[in-house]
Design a protein around this ligand. Sequence first.
Ligand code: SF4
Length: 363
Amino acid sequence: MKIGFPRALFYYDYFPFWAGFFYRLGIEVVTSPPTNRQIMEDGLKKISDETCLPLKLLAGHIQALKDVDAIFLPRMVSVEADTYNCPKFLGIPESLLPAVPPEIPVLSAVINWRGGQRQVLKDLRKLGLELGKSKQEIRAAFREGQMWQQRYLDSRGTGWNFEQEMREIEHFAGGQRDAVVCSPKLVPESGRDSVLTPLKQISQAKQRLKITLIGHSYLIQEAYANLNLLGRLREKAEIQLVQHVEPNEVEENLTGLRKKLFWNHAKQIYGAGNKFAQDRTIDGIIYLTCFGCGTDSMVQELVARKVRDQHKPYMVITLDEHTGEAGLVTRLEAFLDMVERRKAREGNISAHGECLDRYSSSL
Ligand code: SF4
């Protein structure tokens, strides 16, 4: 059996789990191709204008899945005990049914960790039985999925290369069992540094700006929709991502809130954003969001306040399907120039900060 897995939304954070799960059940998983113009246009035709960009892309990727026996659309309700995913994750698969070709059946499963492991296993059992698997096989597949997911999460430190990581997992999940996914080989994000002399490396490391890119993984890693923002930034600066921050650091930085954030991604973005805001080695912060994102409309403002308190340069980039390259590049260059100038001249003249900051109480 061949299951189609769309390369959008839940793919970016949870694909390793599902790849491991189906691999253990002996089911081949194929993913849709990377986003292109056709996929984007197909997605726009099948889903409401008002919804967020990642969901529109998901609708396009579903239509791009060809020659598969079923399309897999999980309902990821909650991935840890005390949080929920965004409500739009909860509406899947129903909200995406118009995008599914009529001749292809939809497979789904609920993942809800608020009910604990027993509940998750119970829900997975329903999917496994539908696929003709035994209880033992389903339990083993669950463990395998968890192992793949943990290995993926552990790899997200320095030198993490998302594309390579996913390529290896896809290779394995697609039936190429000679691939060595058990120990993902981590490669440096830029190979260029290796040919520089040590002296040059040291001076470059000193001069390079340190920029943080905050946002949902399915926006940051989606190079077509974000016009290769991450790649452009990496050419000019050392980049830190929300996904590089360990869960315990996220928890420690969930400060300054009257109530707990109960959306999983929002919690991760706020905790990591707060940490980066206070990190003196970070020169500037960019928040990548999209039109129609309910959780970001609130979290973006919460992060902005934290960054403002620290007088750090901050820019918000809001994506939609009409975002143009020229506008993005101009804004990016202007922002990086400003951060660079500020970094270079900070010791000479106060062009920012408490003396000239009208919100400051020290004047
Ligand atoms: S968190 Fe925002 S971008 Fe993500 S699915 Fe929900 S509304 Fe869309």
